[in-house]
Design a protein around this ligand. Structure first.
Ligand code: ZN
Length: 216
């Protein structure tokens, strides 16, 4: 049986969903628009009906229908789910809201971590060696964005602090596999440090784990 989010995705076309918000122009097999998330004169925002994803080559944002609606409306994953469900004719069951909301929280945690690592790869001076490494391996910026490749800074609590500021609890961060329990003091520290991060996505495009390359 499909998860509600999977069912919604299978029933909605990303092109229709995004068209409710911005004008799209056909560009080959894709659609193109001026990015709604940053100011630009020439359109670098692309929607792929084949892959059912969107990506802006200007500001680096991208994702699926859920991330688009989340960005556009400032919603959490669970809220975006509730917004899109009726459009897709999907009824969200209330049978196990605790479990469902826990799963959504974990997906949200992972989603934020992906963005954080991407941001670090793009902007941290420390990530220069990682950027060089990826370039040398032939993974240019477009490919890095498409695969949402990131970089975890060589610090102990950066990601944890980032996520906690966004309302995630230590336990949620731990359950998402992003932190490790400290042996010699109370608390947790970041699991991934100084590594190139590759998100592992489920069939639905949700990041469910990371593989971390050894230090570049
Ligand atoms: Zn943009």
């Amino acid at each position: 049986m499909l998860q509600p989010s999977e069912e919604i995705k299978s029933r909605l076309d990303i092109v229709d969903v995004i068209r409710d918000y911005i004008q799209l122009q056909a560009a080959g097999v894709n659609f193109r628009a001026k990015c709604p998330f940053h100011r630009e004169n020439s359109p670098s925002f692309l929607v792929s009906p084949d892959k059912q994803i969107w990506h802006c080559f200007g500001c680096g944002k991208g994702g699926d229908i859920f991330t688009f609606v989340m960005e556009m409306e400032g919603l959490s994953f669970a809220e975006a789910l509730r917004l899109l469900a009726p459009k897709a004719g999907v009824t969200l069951k209330r049978s196990d809201p605790a479990l469902a909301s826990q799963r959504n929280r974990l997906l949200d945690t992972m989603d934020q971590a992906v963005r954080y690592y991407q941001e670090m790869l793009a902007r941290q001076p420390e990530a220069e060696v990682a950027r060089k490494y990826l370039q040398k391996r032939g993974l240019d910026e477009d490919t890095q964005n498409e695969w949402q490749i990131g970089y975890s800074p060589d610090k102990w609590e950066e990601l944890g602090d980032f996520l906690k500021k966004r309302g995630f609890s230590e336990n949620e961060i731990f359950l998402a596999g992003l932190s490790v329990k400290s042996q010699d003091r109370p608390g947790f520290y970041d699991r991934f440090r100084g590594r190139i991060m590759f998100p592992i996505r489920d069939v639905n495009g949700n990041t469910v784990a990371f593989t971390a390359r050894v230090r570049p």
